[in-house]
Design a binder for this molecule. Structure first.
Ligand code: FAD
Length: 303
């Protein structure tokens, strides 16, 4: 009797950010048949629009696209099958079944979930209305539109400060609206201190994006005094954290925070989809490589 065909998708990787690309490349280099799924058609995830990636332990300057495109090419060279599709469902029964947005089922033997996270929305009036007309989540893409104008950056973590530093090179004044003290790394805070055109509004959150045809400012609520105020600005850049992309997972694999947790050795979470992920691209890449190794060993040992 003919031997059954080898499963053409031994290892499925969900997500074409740096964690997923690194995992897919490494699993293929270990000889596995790998399929990578990316829903957006753009590779690099949250870094796709970052023009200078900080914190890489290598000399030279790289954009998120430099890194992603190089990794994608390497994936293709080692035989990774890349499918531009969103995974809508993961069933973790006796067999693993992934269902993509066209209803197509895939049956890998191991799954590396690298679906990352999406920037959180402010969820206030005016945000949706003015997206693309003053509200932006990409300083390097849109910062040029606000040359010599005043802009607001909302948030105080690494991403907010990273983007504020980009905007500070072009805009007249960058106003950072922070609900609590800055959480960004010391290096970022020092770089911010060195800029003369960055101002801070503390203990405050944005409750409305103001404007008529385009953004004219924001309404603020002071979380300590309860006072409301308005500031004028032409652009608003919200960076108030991220939401993990886990809606396609079974409920048992989602923590209350929305992050992924897996007790099934066939399903491994890497990068920003995990609660205790360190937050740096280099960590996402390292986790991807580790997960590929773990999946390879599991398949080799027939688990
Ligand atoms: C503005 C900003 C600047 C940053 N700057 C730096 C920096 O300078 N240095 C640094 O080290 N880090 C930086 N970071 C952090 C870094 O971007 C993240 O740590 C890293 O991108 C996480 O990688 P990831 O692959 O885990 O997830 P993500 O980058 O979130 O990628 C996840 C991918 O999965 C895809 N996906 C999601 N759901 C599905 C699905 N169901 N099916 C298929 N595909 C799916 C998404 O489209 C996305 O491409 C920055 C982050 C931001 C927001």
């Amino acid at each position: 009797m003919a031997r059954p065909l080898k499963n053409l998708c031994e290892v499925a990787v969900i997500g074409g950010g740096l964690a997923g690309l690194s995992a897919a490349r490494h699993a293929a280099r270990l000889g596995r048949l790998v399929t990578l799924f990316e829903s957006s058609g753009i590779y690099g995830g949250q870094l796709a629009t970052v023009d200078h990636v900080d914190g890489l332990p290598v000399p030279g300057a790289f954009s998120g696209q430099d890194l992603a495109i190089d990794l994608l090419e390497q994936c293709r060279k080692v035989g990774v099958q890349v499918i531009e599709a969103q995974i809508d469902k993961l069933d973790a029964g006796e067999r693993l079944v992934l269902t993509d947005w066209e209803g197509q089922a895939h049956t890998p033997e191991a799954v590396i979930v690298a679906s990352g996270a999406t920037l959180r929305k402010l969820g206030v009036p005016g945000e949706e209305q003015f997206t693309g007309r003053g509200v932006s989540r990409c300083a390097s893409c849109d910062g040029g539109f606000y040359r010599d104008m005043d802009v607001v950056v909302v948030g105080g973590g690494d991403a907010a400060v990273h983007e504020a530093l980009v905007l500070a090179r072009m805009s007249r004044i960058v106003i950072m609206v922070c609900r609590s003290p800055l959480k960004a790394s010391r290096e970022y805070i020092n770089r911010l201190d060195a800029r003369e055109n960055v101002r801070f509004v503390w203990d405050s959150e944005v409750v409305e994006v103001l404007g008529e045809m385009k953004v004219s400012g924001v309404r603020l609520h002071n979380v300590v005094s309860g006072a409301e105020s308005e500031i004028a600005a032409s652009g608003v850049f919200p960076f108030i954290g991220v939401e993990p992309n886990t809606m396609f997972l079974p409920a048992a694999m989602r923590e209350a925070s929305g992050h992924m947790v897996s007790r099934d050795p066939r399903i491994i979470a890497v990068g920003a989809v995990r609660a205790d992920y360190g937050g740096m691209a280099v960590q996402a890449m390292a986790e991807g490589v580790d997960a590929a190794q773990a999946a390879h060993m599991m398949l080799r040992n027939g688990a």
